[in-house]
Design a protein around this ligand. Structure first.
Ligand code: AOF
Ligand code: ZN
Length: 314
């Protein structure tokens, strides 16, 4: 096997390990690490379990058996994210890696967090250790798209969500249009529990005063935000709103409607993910659901009678 293929194989294992942090790592990124001896044997691995606790590299080193410790000086550590260089809730992983004295470090992508941003890689290189960056980079970035978007764009990761009938209506004027089922509602509550803020337009707030909370799933209720302006002022208000949310450390924002508010976000180009639930029903007339923008592609399709399609911005 070529060196690049070997690197990708172990990085794939890092990605696999990282996903174990899905429930508890946030707002920290999910990170996995694998230590491979010179003869190609995995002698340690770990992942970032929970925010505030040990980073992936620390857990990987801690998992190395006593009898394998002598192999460290000739081994390679693979990490899906650049090792950190700062004192946060935990000490810098770059220092630990240097102290352990491995031969080579391979990381998936640079950590865009302002206190790191390449300094971890630089410190390890300055200590004379070979560093390779960018193995399975796209996958490593996508895995943490919320953390990455928040840190690179300096705004929350934005999810637009709506439910519509098969023929494209999301509501009826002056009435209620039932689209979600008890099961898909529960999934919405799960999704909300994974978001920091939830936004609706003023009309939705006034007409429906939705609870927008997490009743059917354990977790925190997202902070409720009401967009009070209507077009065209809203287009100017969205950037400052996002700036405020970034300042408040809101990593993910979910926008749940109504149609005008969703369209305003689409027109402003402010979306990273779109989740559309379609019921197998039709109505004659009503409030039209937004047009899906062209620069998205399907990343997931779930069938529960209703079809839930999740799109990612390209
Ligand atoms: C790593 N390995 O496994 C993770 C990293 O407050 P702390 O000390 O936990 O630091 C959090 C920051 O560290 C986080 O924003 C991100 O930049 C980085 N996460 N770094 O070397 C890891 N989870
Ligand atoms: Zn670290």
């Amino acid at each position: 096997m070529e060196r690049q293929d070997i690197d990708e194989m172990y990085m794939r294992r890092c990605l696999q390990l990282a996903t174990n942090g899905k429930l508890l790592a946030k707002p920290n990124p999910m990170v996995g690490a694998v230590i491979v001896s010179n003869e190609g044997r995995i002698i340690g691995e770990g992942y970032h379990v929970r925010c505030g606790e040990e980073h992936a590299e620390v857990n990987a080193f801690a998992s190395v058996r006593k009898e394998d410790e002598s192999l460290l000086s000739d081994s390679t550590i693979y990490v899906s994210l650049e090792p950190c260089s700062h004192f946060g809730k935990t000490p810098p992983c770059a220092n630990l890696i240097i102290k352990k004295g491995v031969k080579r470090v391979v990381c998936g992508c640079v950590d865009p967090f302002s206190k790191v941003q390449g300094r971890g890689i630089q410190r390890i290189r300055e200590a004379g250790i070979e560093v390779t960056v960018g193995v399975l980079e796209a996958e490593c970035l996508v895995l943490n798209n919320r953390f990455i978007t928040f840190n690179t764009q300096e705004r929350p990761y934005i999810i637009l969500k709506w439910a519509q009938t098969e023929n494209g209506f999301m509501g009826v004027k002056g009435g209620v249009l039932k689209i979600s089922t008890p099961f898909t509602k529960m999934l919405v509550h799960k999704l909300r529990s994974e978001c920091d803020a939830i936004l609706v337009g003023r009309n939705t707030e006034e007409q429906e005063s939705p609870q927008l909370n997490v009743r059917d799933w354990s977790g925190r209720n997202p902070q409720k935000v009401v967009l009070s302006s209507t077009l065209p002022t809203a287009i100017h208000d969205i950037p400052s709103l996002l700036q405020q949310l970034y300042h408040d450390k809101c990593q993910t924002l979910i926008v749940e409607g109504g149609a005008t508010t969703l369209e305003t976000f689409i027109r402003s180009g402010m979306y990273d993910e779109i989740r559309v639930e379609v019921s197998p029903t039709t109505v004659r007339e009503g409030i039209k659901a937004p047009q899906l923008p062209k620069d998205v592609s399907v990343i997931r399709k779930e069938y529960f009678g209703n079809v839930i399609t999740t799109y990612q911005r390209l």
